[in-house]
Design a protein around this ligand. Sequence first.
Ligand code: TNX
Length: 530
Amino acid sequence: RAARRGLLLASLLAAAGGAHATGEPSIIPLPAQISMEQGSYTVTAAAAIHVPPGDRAAADAAHYLADLLARTRGLSLPVLDDASPSRRGNIVIRSDAAASVKQAEGYVLDVDAHGISIRARDAAGLFYGVVSAWQLLTPDGSRGAVTVPGMHVVDWPRFPWRGLMLDSARHFQQPAEIRQLLDAMAQHKLNVFHWHLTDDQGWRLEIRRYPALTQIGAWRQPPGGDGKPYGGYYTQAEVKDIVAYAAARHITIVPEIDMPGHAQAAVAAYPDLGVTGTRPAVSIDWGVNPYLFNVDDHTIGFLRNVLDEVMELFPSTFVHVGGDEAIKDQWQVSPAVQARMRSLGIKDEKALQSWFIEQMGQYLAKHGRRLIGWDEILEGGVPPSASVMSWRGTQGAIDAARLGHDVVLSPAPTLYLDNLQSRSGDEPSGRLSIQTLASVYAFETVSPALTAEQARHVLGAQANIWTEYLNATWQIQHAAFPRMDALAEAVWTPANERHFDDFMARLPAQFNRYRQLGIDYADSAFAVDM
Ligand code: TNX
């Protein structure tokens, strides 16, 4: 792969030469407003990063910058808390309630002959200003002193939900791999990590009250395996670390506990949670499995207890409860479930799923949280407390927004990164539909079918990495990069500022950063029309 990479990159760099010559800064995602100004500033090994004494948010952002620069530019700059209100020169980062950007998470970045200044009203804004500054300071993959052209940047995100979903159930990833992905997300100004933690093929989250969920549910016996159980899970201590790691990068982790379908691993651990009472094996193949959670008080109580521990671990307002692909056969043929439906006055199984989800929604609401689920939860009448994540195209989001529910877009196939991005042999195995960098880039989160009032319910979008076909780190990284760059621009940059050619010209510098960071991106993204 390495040889092939060199070739593709060389032709790409040649193609992008024009843009380099103009000195256009390679900030990805492209800022909302950027104007080039007179002058320039050279950061040398003698520079320092200055923050005001006691400005904790600025200090945190400054340390993140110092660490990144050391790793990717070989510049080890000290962080000094000596910035007076009038200080100019060098790199100055400060919280500023009067910063001339009103939007949440926004920042103002200036480069002139005196230095680089970053101001923001909130901590996330300072952090994103730092990410942009890091990109300005790593324009070309070389090490040491670097000159940045004068500019004035005012920047803020288009959407509050800029997400990535990772499926840790079909294949388990080590905590270090999760942290590396979170870091990369932060460097793309993505702020929601949707963590798919349970499915038919594995239950990955330690729940103290129900140890068999991970003792049994986290392990499967693959065909042709060596008899050793395959799988893994995250202990609560590991999860706390990962949540804190994400929070330090302004990322919220939205955990997903899938129900009532994709429940086979849980039923394998505790057969009395299921409908039939029999114990299946943890699933070893993909697709839609029949095992559903029961709808009796015992199972509903179990799920509430699980959510208690989930809420303890994850401070996120939103908790994802799945709701996808729950074929209702087991409910249909179970006399107990049918009796329960009659006693509740529920007319069919779709409405029963709606009732089931609403039970969870009310429980979460009682604890100050909000439920989100895949768009199938609309089918039996949308549960009043629910927000909706649209994956079967975008119609679910349109319907839900019209009904006044908040929505997040993650439509297959465009934002499903388990799809291939080219016909190149450099690709990992994956689903055969091809979703190119260009098609992800062109994704428009807000449907023109929505009125302005309805569009206010669109929180944003995310890409999903399902891992049926992706079990190694390099495969996940190939799927994620560089399409994560395209996604970032689709959810951050104002729609009328997005231009694919311009984006492509900024990408080679990003590839250099990937190499410095040890991220195994796919340059097969460019093989499509070559
Ligand atoms: C559908 S998307 C699923 C997942 C699969 C995915 C594969 C969704 C809510 N359910 O269980 O992994 O397709 O692309």
